[in-house]
Design a protein around this ligand. Structure first.
Ligand SMILES: Nc1nc2c(c(=O)[nH]1)N[C@@H](CNc1ccc(C(=O)N[C@@H](CCC(=O)N[C@@H](CCC(=O)N[C@@H](CCC(=O)O)C(=O)O)C(=O)O)C(=O)O)cc1)CN2
Ligand code: MET
Ligand SMILES: [Zn+2]
Length: 768
């Protein structure tokens, strides 16, 4: 029997979703962007959402509630703004605080200037994005008044002594870009001063605890990294007074910084016992956990939606200090609000799921169970659930997977030979123009889908509307002078959810929204059991589009790794197995498209990089060694003349460039413009074989790039890559954009390409 603890704090969470149970924040923010509501109205919505969250968390019996997890866009950007890490070009716009913040996040094109947004990157191994702060010669770190203090005071007015949270100096430095030749060391003193001031201000306001997020500790740490961490924290912690400081980590383990963390004067240490489980337990058993610190034990999975098996959780708790505060492994930002709004999943199945609100209850249950043991009613109920199997195995499918051979993963002949054959069939001009797949998901397109969902229109009416959109956009693409056309993805709510809805073995939600970036959300489908294809999915729409134009129409699929990463995966089988099942399902779809005359097929893998293990030594052995073959499985059986494209957002793949080439696609398009095309040097130096379309403008922002700007980007590309390897396209799909800015941008892209073609080929063509 576990002893009763005298400690009064027993359970907490790292953070809660903020978009609103029904995406209230998204809708209010978008209205604000369109000048349909005032800033005061937006602030009121935000305040109501915070109050509601705090109330929910408090009602569930969580004894320490975080603040500062609310954000109008991103909490890394909030921390940068709080510290005045705002590049001069944004300050020069002379906007009010909130508008300046949105200018950093989305770019600004208006009366007082024209600036791009800060680069957006994937937050560790998640589908959430943070904005990359920039430190440069003008950076003057000082503590301003942005969110943190006000949110603490607001909670206090609601009777809650909250634990304010912010991104720590070490992670901030590690995730930021340093420009103008600046070094990390140039900012250490100012950061120490600023964080010290934040701690003091919060203490003055009456805070007892503060949570400083340092997830960057879960990456591999060098001796210099750890020295920097100590250099930052020794003085900050020396000045903390009575305020208690929690160093919070997540997404992995702190194997290389554990003793450093213990040696520093932190009052609490937040460790992830989900993704970081084994190595964190190992550290605990090797070095112990000091009695004068509090362990915040991330025992409830913050990233997945499966109900916790209390038997396993109890076994874990028994390995932790009994005074540990129970917490989530990550912020609950990564899961939807509640299963209570799901009416379409059978109640029998719904009980296996726990979203954010249900996870609060799980924390309460576990707290009770560690007191009462296996006799606790919650434990008994939970074990009864896990005694019944959730689904039936597809044994034939799994036998087929077990029997796969190397040739099933190998496309013949070799790429250079295929590309030569494809060039003859496709007959494209130099620097072929294309787009990434989706066109604007306008209000009308979404309304059409919503009406079908509500039964207000027939399937036929639904399809007729989409076909009209396809025809309209084929004409726009032809008029713009694009070479390889797309149908526009109007029938898809989302590139992953759509396939989840069509494959067997998935479940999907009505309200399971999770923030991806800013106002953008996804409803990740749930991989429930073994996945298979029961019918052709994209063939009808693609073939329809191809029948309406003489240009080549590119078929559009989402790749197996991305479908896996952007779904909620199973916890009962390795990710590899689900990915292979999805790959086989997609392979049938690819062959069906080919059979129906589709000559170019794009298989998107934007999430390939995101799931790369955070520890380098695991990159291949635990991931790429099966993820790359899974992609190859989807396209291995097509004819040499069928051109396979893939697409990846986020250009951070310099260090896995070999694996990208090994996907053995014929052409890849990728995001490059926000990151200043740094990848080009790598492609050049490694003699990258796959033909490439480095995105020539950023689609995550409404800003329209000029012709000159794009010409100069194309010049940069051609300085590094042979012209006959290069395609011209935007960074990513255009679904989030409005129609006028989309057409204006594509027009400039096409115009810029024609100028460059002329510049390079005019002399030749007149000679001929
Ligand atoms: N899964 C996924 N992850 C991704 C990406 C992606 O495309 N998919 N792209 C990258 C960037 N992330 C993104 C994430 C989301 C969106 C996006 O456009 N999301 C849409 C939702 C798309 C969607 O599922 N729409 C549904 C539901 C729309 C809806 O709620 N309709 C309302 C009406 C309100 C409305 O007009 O939205 C209703 O039916 O009542 C549909 O069209 O059917 C949004 O937040 O607005 C874009 C990029 C990285 N990760
Ligand atoms: C996030 S990658 C998006 C690829 C998809 N084909 C689109 O154009 O929207
Ligand atoms: Zn993309």
């Amino acid at each position: 029997m576990i002893m009763r603890r005298s400690f009064n704090m027993t359970k907490t969470i790292i953070g809660y979703p903020r978009i609103g149970e029904h995406r209230e924040l998204k809708f209010a923010t978008q209205k604000y962007f369109k000048h349909q509501i005032t800033q005061a109205e937006l602030q009121t919505t935000a305040q109501q959402l915070r109050a509601k969250n705090w109330n929910t968390i408090q009602q569930a019996g969580i004894d320490q509630i975080p603040t500062g997890d609310f954000s109008f866009f991103d909490t890394t950007l909030d921390t940068a703004k709080l510290l005045n890490i705002v590049p001069k070009r944004y300050q020069d716009l002379g906007l009010n605080d909130l508008d300046e913040y949105f200018a950093l996040a989305r770019g600004y094109q208006g009366e007082t200037g024209d600036v791009k947004a800060l680069p957006m990157k994937k937050w560790f191994n998640t589908n959430y994005h943070y904005l990359t702060p920039e430190f440069d010669a003008d950076t003057q770190i000082k503590v301003g008044d942005w969110q943190l203090f006000d949110q603490f005071k607001e909670a206090k007015a609601q009777g809650i002594n909250a634990r304010p949270t912010l991104v720590g100096p070490y992670t901030l430095l590690r995730l930021s870009r340093l420009l103008d030749g600046k070094k990390t060391s140039d900012f250490v003193d100012d950061l120490i001063k600023a964080y010290t001031e934040i701690l003091n201000q919060l203490a003055d306001l009456g805070a007892e605890w503060i949570q400083i997020d340092e997830p960057a500790l879960v990456y591999d740490q060098s001796a210099e990294d750890l020295a920097l961490f100590k250099q930052l924290y020794q003085p900050i912690l020396a000045a903390k007074g009575d305020l208690k400081v929690l160093a919070q980590t997540y997404f992995g383990d702190v194997r290389d910084s554990y003793t450093t963390l213990l040696a520093l004067d932190f009052d609490g240490l937040g460790l992830d016992f989900n993704e970081g489980r084994d190595a964190n337990l190992q550290s605990l058993s090797e070095y112990g956990f000091p009695a004068d610190k509090t362990l915040f034990a991330g025992v409830i999975n913050g990233k997945n939606i499966w109900r916790t098996n209390y038997k396993q959780a109890l076994a874990l708790l028994q390995q932790l200090p009994k005074e540990a505060v129970l917490s989530t492994s990550t912020s609950l930002l990564h899961v939807p609000y509640t299963t209570q709004n799901e009416t379409k999943i059978a109640p029998k199945e719904l009980q296996y799921l726990a979203f954010a609100q249900e996870k609060l209850q799980e924390l309460a249950d576990l707290d009770a169970i560690r007191e009462a043991g296996v006799d606790a009613p919650a434990y008994q109920k939970n074990q009864a659930l896990f005694a019944t199997p959730r689904y039936e195995e597809n044994a034939a499918l799994n036998a087929k997977i077990a029997a796969l051979k190397p040739e099933d993963y190998t496309r013949l002949p070799k790429r250079a030979e295929r590309l030569a054959q494809q060039a003859k069939v496709l007959n494209l001009p130099p620097l072929p123009l294309t787009t990434i797949g989706s066109f604007p998901q306008t209000a009308a397109v979404r309304k059409n889908r919503a009406q079908l969902r509500k039964g207000e229109i027939t399937e036929q009416q639904y399809t007729e509307f989409n076909h009209a959109e396809v025809r309209r956009w084929l004409k726009i693409q032809e008029d713009l002078g694009l070479d390889v056309l797309v149908h526009g993805e109007f029938e898809r709510n989302d590139m992953v959810e759509y396939f989840g809805e069509n494959f067997a073995g998935f479940r999907f939600t009505e309200n399971g929204w999770v923030q991806s970036y800013g106002t953008r959300g996804v409803k990740p489908p749930i991989i429930w059991g073994d996945v298979s294809r029961t019918h052709p999915i994209t063939v009808a729409e693609t073939v329809y589009a191809q029948s309406q134009t003489d240009h080549v129409v590119k078929g559009m699929l989402t790749g197996p790794v991305t479908i896996l990463n952007w779904s909620f995966p199973r916890a009962d089988v390795p990710a590899k197995l689900s990915t292979e099942q999805i790959a086989l399902a997609l392979a049938d779809e690819v062959l069906d498209l080919e059979k129906h005359g589709i000559k170019v097929i794009q298989i998107d893998e934007p999430a390939l990089r995101e799931n790369l293990p955070l520890r380098k030594k695991d990159w291949y052995s635990k991931y790429l060694d099966w993820a790359v073959p899974a992609f190859r499985l989807t396209a291995a059986k097509v004819q040499p003349t069928t051109q396979i494209h893939t697409h990846m957002c986020y250009s951070e793949f310099q260090d896995i460039i070999g694996a990208i080439d090994a996907l053995d696609a014929d052409v890849i398009s990728f995001e490059a413009s926000r990151a200043d095309l740094t990848l080009l040097d790598v492609l050049h130096d490694t003699h990258f074989e796959t033909h490439v379309g480095p995105g020539v403008y950023d689609i995550h922002s409404p800003r329209v790039p000029s012709v000159d700007e794009i010409v100069s980007t194309i010049h940069k590309i051609l300085a590094r890559i042979p012209e006959d390897h290069v395609w011209i396209n935007p960074d990513c799909g255009l679904k989030t954009r409005e129609e006028p800015e989309t057409i204006a941008s594509l027009k400039n892209m096409a115009e810029a390409t024609r100028l460059v073609r002329k510049e390079r080929h005019e002399s030749q063509s007149t000679i001929q």
